[in-house]
Design a protein around this ligand. Sequence first.
Ligand code: PMP
Length: 367
Amino acid sequence: MTRHYNFCAGPAALPAAVLERARSELLDYQGRGLSVMEMSHRSDEFVAIAERAETDLRTLLNIPSNYKVLFLQGGASMQFAMLPMNLLGGGGSANFIQTGIWGKKALSEAKHLGYRCHLAASSEASGNTAVPALDALAISNDAAYLHYTSNETIGGLKFDYTPVVKRDDGSDVPLVCDMSSNILSGPINVSDFGVIYAGAQKNIGPAGLTLVIVRDDLLGKTVPGAPSLFDYQLLAEAGSMVNTPPTYAWYLAGLVFQWLQNDMGGLSAMDALNQRKADKLYAAIDASAFYSNPIARANRSRMNVPFVLADAALDNVFLQEADEAGLLNLKGHRSVGGMRASLYNAVPEEAVDALIAFMADFEQRRG
Ligand code: PMP
């Protein structure tokens, strides 16, 4: 069996150690004679798996006790709808910082549902190559929350600061962050946020699971008529089991949390490794006249590194040769073209080294 290097933006590489552990427990979970996939979500075994995953996540991210952790379905995109439904019940508007496609989708979904929205800042006019400065954010006085995307997966743009803001009267505006593509890539200060959410299929586990971390005081503000399955408070009260949760994805996420803590040394170690991986690849791109990346240095994503070739006519040859060399899924998002290497936690440093060597060789032969 050969496992190639997978640079997919999502569903993304999973740690081999996690997949091996899952394989070893696939048919018979710890002597119980059945698979985790075949267990009742209400069974003692599964409840223990679920609780362990939450406890481990709380340890990894140092989540304070006044936050609830929800293990949901529907993807990060469903949160685009659930957020205004849960946070605008007391009135006010949803404020947005838009730095790319995902932030834009979050705003258009809230608008589509008829909620009052306000664009506090956007980097669209400048091609989303740098994030707006903190003092450029124009928050509305009726802001119920401020939404932003800490890492834009398609553009490869990350915030280099946390946009903690206040209304004119000095009161805090709850900060809501789509961390789908950079959660668990390093430590964060959860207390800066009202809500953190992330689709699992990058740094957490397989697709089908969505994490929501929500501060207690934001619960109970749901708009009238919201479906029960969309209501954070009901979901929190039911331990994310209002209905059948995505049990196997939850279990695998738990294995990833154990891997991060026990095998990788926790999030500070992960942070250093991720920085090293990204620094190497950007250095190789910057040192070459053949490859380029347009993002302002301070905002370059460590997780998703888009780059273009000097001659776009070579894109398909590049992708084909890379694939043959065991470097998979380097094609950029269909909306932007070019290449994109996603360097999530489960992508080892050797994969980045192999990619850099391949890029240098390709440039020499074809550039
Ligand atoms: N937000 C970000 C930052 C993403 O990268 C993605 C998916 N690539 C989404 C939201 C949408 O996630 P999902 O497909 O889970 O709805």
